[in-house]
Write a protein that binds this ligand. Structure first.
Ligand code: ADP
Length: 159
């Protein structure tokens, strides 16, 4: 049984994230989407909201779980018996940071690998920051995020 974790902040979960989950589940028996608390980043959506929006967005995909996480990723991976950490690579600009994280994680624990997956090219310009910004300015983000996230963004911005 192969288990991978897919960690991120997911503030909010986008179609790019969903694309990576769909690719990862073809490679592993189980994928755990691991939601970092990241209170220092002051996320737009609370941990509870992010968890529930991701669960709603991946509910049609078998063997995908969504869990909160706080602490050292490598400890969490070991605890969950994961053999891989999945990350998405959109462009060269992602590479430097991702390489550093992957090598540091390997240094901390050599028993699993970081696996990089490339999304469909139509998602390569997409990130949660841009989605939040466009939504705040009243732009239409419906084609960039799952339906539940779209509704939640509209609700949040009404308040
Ligand atoms: P973090 O704060 O850890 O970077 P994110 O939620 O921004 O978390 O992203 C989680 C992972 O998903 C990262 O590996 C990131 O590169 C990847 N990712 C984000 N947006 C996309 C996208 N549009 N397509 C593919 N991968 C993406």
């Amino acid at each position: 049984m192969t288990v991978a974790i897919y960690p991120g902040t997911f503030d909010p979960f986008t179609n790019g994230h969903l694309d990576i989950v769909q690719r990862a589940i073809k490679l592993f028996d189980r994928v755990i989407v691991t939601v970092a608390r990241n209170s220092s980043k002051h996320p737009m959506f609370s941990e509870k909201e992010r968890l529930s929006l991701i669960r709603e967005s991946v509910k049609g995909i078998k063997d995908v779980e969504v869990e909160p996480f706080d602490g050292l990723l490598v400890d969490y991976a070991r605890e969950r018996k994961a053999t891989a950490i999945v990350r998405g690579l959109r462009a060269i600009s992602d590479f430097e940071y991702e390489l550093q994280m992957a090598l540091m994680n390997r240094k901390l624990n050599n028993s699993f690998e970081t696996v990089f997956l490339m999304p469909n090219e139509k998602y390569t310009y997409l990130n949660s920051n841009i989605v939040r910004e466009i939504a705040r300015l009243g732009g239409d983000v419906s084609e960039f995020v799952p339906e539940a996230v779209y509704k939640a963004l509209l609700d949040k911005l009404k308040k």
